[in-house]
Design a binder for this molecule. Structure first.
Ligand SMILES: [Zn+2]
Ligand SMILES: [Zn+2]
Length: 463
């Protein structure tokens, strides 16, 4: 196998690690051992797949666990593209790339150019715990938000037959300090589409309080139907002046302002953990800085042990089959086809032809089988464009671990990039056992079933 020609002498790649990876590496084993006993009651059950997510996250972007080799046929420039984990709700890097790509696709291909409105739906504390134990409620709540919005807009257009808004609903499980805080971020057209796909703008001075009422009633009905709340509790919630249901519809985006629309979408699809606000301290404690004061917790940060920090993340990790963001109304595939917004494909687009060098015949079979899967795992910018001459780079080979660990080592050594995580120098971190004994602050919000206080006023629950 020809080896890359552009190994820069003395070149040391930045170790593909960060504080979150270090925390996972140090505490994954303990998390799996103690979760049910120590954390299940606070953070809900942990699906067995969460372990796989955490393990692949540690390897994300690390060429020691496999990569694609690509080369430019014009100038011979050669590079390797490590695989990424694509875990959702955990990996900040993959989460950001996903949010950016998704927002771009939505703005360029899906969302018609009309005025929009961000609507944030919040539910009372009393209803939140059920979401930890039954994640299908996120989908139910999203449907409730859409049905309420559709009904709300429909009442303003009595002359139209079956008008629908264009709506995206993104459920979020986390608050600013990574607490369990199920709520919905959504984007709705500020108006409706009729059966022909013609847009009818809503009046400028729209009052959204009827929508809040609709959302509250529909949510309570849903929670009753799913037996997550008793009739007595529902009556109690209805009797409160501030029921804990909240709707914020203050952010509008004008038609034509596609850039604001795109950044709003990136924001609502963002991953829970911000690396910028995270630090893994030398005493082994994890500090997570909030962007605002949290009145419920009485502080603006979390200071917890590594294992507790991982436990806090468990309810926010979404598994592959869990749909996180939903589109409704005029954005549904059926409607878009009816409106002529989607052209029926006349022929399937032909996949790009890839050239493969097959010198390593031992691995060819494995390689072929995994080819599509491995290529799909590369997220990096544009693997096709040559950084030297702008030419069209070709994939030479997909090298995967553990089947080709020897090839990985050979290539990385030759490129002077061999610095595997298991040989890496790590900052020694003392276990914070002593500290825990003297801490009077448990560091996380522990659910108290007796606590039926209202949510404090204001928008503290927003990011
Ligand atoms: Zn990743
Ligand atoms: Zn080139």
């Amino acid at each position: 196998m020809p080896l890359p020609a552009d190994g820069h002498p003395g070149y040391r790649p930045r170790a593909p690690t960060n504080d979150l990876k270090d925390i996972v590496e140090d505490h994954l084993e303990e998390l799996l051992r103690v979760y049910d006993e120590r954390f299940r009651n606070t953070y809900g059950p942990m699906h067995p797949r969460v372990k796989d997510c955490l393990e692949s996250f540690i390897r994300c972007g690390d060429p020691h666990f496999g990569f694609l080799r690509v080369r430019c046929p014009d100038c011979g420039h050669d590079k390797i593209l490590p695989f990424s984990c694509k875990t959702r709700g955990l990996c900040p890097s993959c989460g950001q790339k996903r949010a950016i790509a998704w927002a771009e696709r939505m703005v360029e291909q899906v969302l018609p150019d009309v005025p929009y409105l961000q609507i944030v739906f919040t539910i009372p504390k009393m209803l939140r715990r059920a979401f930890l134990f039954d994640r299908s409620l996120y989908g139910e709540l999203s449907r409730v938000a859409y049905a309420s919005t559709r009904e709300f807009f429909g009442e303003h257009f009595p002359a139209l037959d079956d008008p629908v808004p264009a709506m995206i609903v993104a459920p979020q499980s986390f608050g600013n300090l990574l607490t369990c805080h199920p709520h919905l971020h959504s984007l709705s057209s500020l108006g409706v589409f009729d059966r022909e796909g013609t847009f009818h703008a809503a009046p400028a001075d729209l009052d959204f309080s009827p929508l809040e009422e609709l959302f509250r009633e529909r949510t309570l009905e849903m929670m009753l139907r799913r037996e997550k709340i008793s009739e007595e509790r529902v009556e109690l919630l209805r009797s409160w002046h501030h029921s804990g249901f909240n709707l914020d519809a203050s952010r509008k985006v004008d038609a034509g302002d596609r850039q604001s629309l795109e950044s709003l979408l990136q924001y609502i699809a963002r991953p829970p953990v911000s690396l910028r606000r995270l630090s893994y301290r030398s005493d082994g404690m994890v500090h997570y800085q909030g962007s605002k004061f949290h009145p419920g917790l009485g502080r603006d940060h979390q200071l917890v042990t590594g294992v507790e920090f991982l436990a806090m993340l468990v309810p926010h990790i979404s598994l592959r089959w869990e749909v996180t963001i939903r589109t409704y109304g005029a954005l549904s595939t059926t409607k878009r086809k009816n409106f002529g917004w989607i052209e029926e494909k006349t022929e399937a687009s032909a996949p790009d032809v890839l050239t493969v060098e097959e010198e390593d015949s031992n691995f060819v079979k494995v390689r072929r089988r995994n080819w599509a899967r491995l290529i799909a795992k590369v997220w990096l910018s544009d693997p096709e464009a040559c950084p030297e001459c702008g030419g069209h780079m070709r994939v030479l080979a997909a090298i995967s671990s553990p089947a080709q660990d020897d090839v990985i080592e050979r290539i990385l050594r030759c490129r002077n990039q061999w610095q595997p995580p298991w040989e890496r120098q790590r900052l020694p971190r003392g276990p914070p056992r002593q500290l825990e004994l003297f801490q009077d602050d448990p560091g996380v919000s522990v659910w108290d079933p007796e606590d039926e206080n209202q949510d404090p006023p204001g928008d503290w629950w927003l990011e």
